[in-house]
Write a protein that binds this ligand. Structure first.
Ligand SMILES: N=c1c2ncn([C@@H]3O[C@H](COP(=O)(O)OP(=O)(O)OP(=O)(O)O)[C@@H](O)[C@H]3O)c2ncn1[C@@H]1O[C@H](COP(=O)(O)O)[C@@H](O)[C@H]1O
Length: 111
């Protein structure tokens, strides 16, 4: 699944060469980091509201869609700063590995 993030990141990188009027992402780059951060904030709020709605019996698909918007704009933010999903995935993997070790240690202590 992380392949999708890497492929999308490659497209986001290509959009740095595109004219602002030709692409949503190119237009965001052109508007600059403040506009991108504004979009990240906006999508975070929309994700929170969708989660509240889902808890109250609302549409789970709306939450999925808002979360996708949030992840997408976070990727644009990372690309604007010449980073990407890879270091984030590596950090998550490192934490997962650490927690795996913690669990093993805890099991060892039980014995
Ligand atoms: N995954 C996405 C994606 N997710 C969300 N969005 C856009 O993000 C925006 C969501 O924000 P809003 O709902 O606030 O919409 P808006 O009113 O148009 O935004 P503003 O004018 O307020 O900035 C919409 O315009 C969506 O189309 C995306 N736009 C593009 N992509 C991918 O990015 C790649 C490059 O896209 P282009 O730059 O359009 O070629 C493509 O491969 C797409 O698959």
């Amino acid at each position: 699944m992380s392949d999708v993030l890497m492929q999308l990141a490659a497209v986001l990188e290509q959009r740095k060469q595109a004219a602002p009027e030709s692409s949503y992402v190119a237009a965001l780059y052109h508007k600059g980091l403040n506009k991108i951060l504004e979009k990240v904030g906006e999508e975070a709020v929309e994700t929170i509201l969708a989660a509240r709605d889902a808890e109250a019996g609302g549409d789970l698909q709306a939450l999925v869609s808002e979360t996708a918007d949030l992840w997408f704009h976070s990727l644009v933010m990372l690309a604007q700063l010449n980073s990407g999903p890879e270091p984030v995935l590596t950090e998550l993997q490192r934490r997962f590995g650490l927690s795996g070790l913690d669990e093993k240690a805890a099991r060892g202590n039980d014995r």
